[in-house]
Design a protein around this ligand. Structure first.
Ligand code: MN
Length: 378
């Protein structure tokens, strides 16, 4: 069995928190096995997959391998019903999928009696995504997450945890405590690494945390990018870089080019953002481009805001925003309100829209099935 990252190798660098963790835990990102490392000689009949954090084979793997090649699933997304007889098939609610994974292995892991330092390294590897997914146990927390963090932190501290699960054996290899581990500091270091995004281009940020779906009835393809910054930050940054390029060009020309035409200025502001999204939609053959943001800068520790941007790029999808607006008027499922950058950037048009999403507890895990339902009725 080989652990496989479900991304091409060039996208590893889009996850600075992963690179931080690799560094911190003394392994190298080149040690990780990625999609493009799968040899073409691999015999499909002898290949099986254990899916974690998703429950359907995606992309090229999904095209190449039927669901019968899925041998196990541990996930916390909406159950798509694939591979109904695989074992284990654990699909249940939790803040982090990694909590379910560590729950599944808990007893077996404890039974291995590994050296304290190895236990601590493995525990940090499992703890990082749980703290990230639950904002250090402050959002979307379930009992499974609390139990996993409790168990893993003990291992990070070098504590023996066998005593609680078994009274017969006291063969703990070591009880040396490493009291230097702080859950809070560990979480903050991961967040710092994760938010160091200034060097990433908009197209990199769209790719970074991306999922797509095709509606089986009308073939409309939806792609949702999650970005850990605000929509304003994304657009402002594009308009800044556009303005900088323009200024350089204008340097030789007339200097008296003041921005007295606000209409023109606004269009220019959005042009770089628009053209990047257009290329993104072409590259992925998307009918609908969606961006969900989650921004915690300038907020209290655990608070954050969400924005939602949707663009129905093709003719068959251009009504998506008006359908969504109609639905929101009825049920306010996402708590969509006016996006605070609208006055400055005028994103709104007949086929696209940006909102502040007030129901921040609705992440892509809830928003995607909701949008897919709207799309199935387009
Ligand atoms: Mn997840």
């Amino acid at each position: 069995m080989v652990p496989l990252l479900n991304i091409p190798r060039k996208e590893v660098s889009l996850r600075p928190e992963l690179l931080y963790l690799a560094n911190h835990l003394a392994f190298h990102s080149s040690d990780l096995f990625c999609l493009d490392d799968i040899p073409s000689s691999l015999s499909p009949s002898q290949t099986h997959f254990v899916l974690v954090d998703h429950n359907v084979l995606q992309g090229d793997l999904g095209k190449k391998f039927p669901p019968s090649h899925i041998s196990a699933i541990i996930d916390h997304h909406v159950d798509e019903g694939t591979a109904p007889t695989c074992k284990p098939r654990i699909i249940t609610t939790s803040g982090s999928c990694c909590s379910l994974v560590s729950e599944f292995f808990r007893e077996r892991w404890d039974g291995l009696h590994l050296p304290t330092e190895i236990n601590a390294q493995l525990a940090k590897l499992a703890l990082a995504p749980i703290l990230d997914d639950t904002s250090n146990l402050q959002h979307r927390v379930t009992p499974a997450d609390v139990a996993a963090v409790t168990h893993l932190v003990k291992k990070c501290l070098g504590k023996s945890v066998e005593a609680t699960s078994s009274s017969s054996s006291s063969s703990s290899p070591s009880t040396t405590e490493n009291s230097t581990f702080s859950q809070e500091d560990f979480y903050k270091s991961i967040q710092r690494a994760k938010l160091a995004l200034d060097h990433m281009s908009l197209s990199d940020l769209l790719k970074k945390d991306y999922k797509e779906w095709i509606d089986p009835s009308n073939n409309v393809k939806l792609g949702i990018s999650s970005v850990p910054k605000s929509l304003y930050w994304l657009i402002q940054r594009e308009s800044d870089s556009h303005e900088r390029k323009k200024e350089v060009k204008e340097e030789e020309g007339e200097k008296n080019n003041t921005r007295n035409n606000s209409e023109n200025f606004t269009n220019n502001n959005l042009s770089s953002f628009n053209s990047t999204l257009k290329s993104w939609s072409t590259e992925r053959s998307l009918d609908i481009v969606a961006i969900m943001t989650r921004d915690s800068t300038g907020q209290e520790d655990a608070d954050f805001t969400r924005d939602l941007f949707i663009w129905g790029v093709t003719d068959k999808a251009k009504n998506i925003t008006s359908r969504l607006l109609d639905l929101e008027k009825e049920n306010a499922e996402l708590g969509l309100e006016k996006w605070d950058g609208e006055d400055e950037f005028h994103i709104e048009s007949h086929d696209r829209h940006a909102w502040r999403q007030n129901r921040i507890e609705k992440s892509r895990k809830q928003v995607a099935p909701y949008l897919r339902d709207v799309i199935s009725k387009l």
